[in-house]
Design a protein around this ligand. Sequence first.
Ligand SMILES: Cc1cc2nc3c(=O)[nH]c(=O)nc-3n(C[C@H](O)[C@H](O)[C@H](O)COP(=O)(O)OP(=O)(O)OC[C@H]3O[C@@H](n4cnc5c(N)ncnc54)[C@H](O)[C@@H]3O)c2cc1C
Length: 289
Amino acid sequence: MITHPFTYQAPTTIEEAVRALGGAGEAKVIAGGHSLLPLMKLGLAQPEMLVDLRRIASLGEIRTEADGTIAIGALATHRVITHDQTVRAKLTALAEAAGEVGDLQVRARGTIGGSLAHADPAADEPAPTIAFDATIRAVGPKGQRDIRARDYFKGTFETALAANEILVEIRFPAQPARTGSAYAKFAHPASRFAVTGVAAVVTIKSDGSVERAALGVTGAAAAAYRATEAERALTGTKGDAKAIAAAAAKAADGITALSDLVASSEYRKHLVTVYARRAIERAIERARA
Ligand SMILES: Cc1cc2nc3c(=O)[nH]c(=O)nc-3n(C[C@H](O)[C@H](O)[C@H](O)COP(=O)(O)OP(=O)(O)OC[C@H]3O[C@@H](n4cnc5c(N)ncnc54)[C@H](O)[C@@H]3O)c2cc1C
């Protein structure tokens, strides 16, 4: 039950939503409600006004632009992203991560914008978002700005988004030919959140060697991160089992790993290396297919 009083607005344009968010009192955007409403029921969030985005139709769109950029609207649900043919073909790791979120009900209501704005350290979609080098587009009272996903996740439930900004879309640049990607996850046995999730995006050369590698890791640290040591170790190799194992072994280098009842920090670091190996293997397989 939600015990504190609040008002509610459901604007039909982004401009109206930004105005409502900047109005008097503490206002919060609501999208799928699958993170915000549980917090409100627990009394951990007590906004004075909810600004519901769901009547802004354009925020649900997924479109491919002339230069190959895939722009995913903030209101695209995890379920839509899982099944979208373009996302499955071009951003496979993202489709896989969305398909791993919670259960059917959560995937049907929860949105990618909500997930990235909420920034739970165990959320799935941040991993492919940083691995694909996406850009987060936000609109606030001063207009529009783009934030590199790598600079966006600041810590647990902490992002570069200002309180008066709305995340409107996530922009994924076109990937080069011979690129494959995959997401591998160790799920929490009850909630299905990621104890560890790794997204790998690998581009190979015509001789099969690794031209470029990007690894986004979630669940292991306070915020999703790029495993740069592992990326460096994989780049330029033949992408064989030995090179993959050596690179994956570096995927938790330098992090302060989370620790809880499900996994100690030492075990989490181990999981990162195992799931990095699995994600890289599948990404390379797909890049070569
Ligand atoms: C039982 C359960 C299991 C779950 N399991 C997983 C899991 O395995 N993996 C996983 O990744 N997630 C999981 N989730 C979380 C789920 O993915 C949520 O859908 C997601 O975290 C938030 O999306 P939402 O659209 O529901 O956002 P809301 O709950 O509506 O909002 C969340 C926060 O983001 C802000 N916000 C939302 N949209 C915007 C926007 N466009 N611009 C600015 N701020 C915005 C809100 O103000 C609020 O602070 C689970 C949730 C539940 C209830």
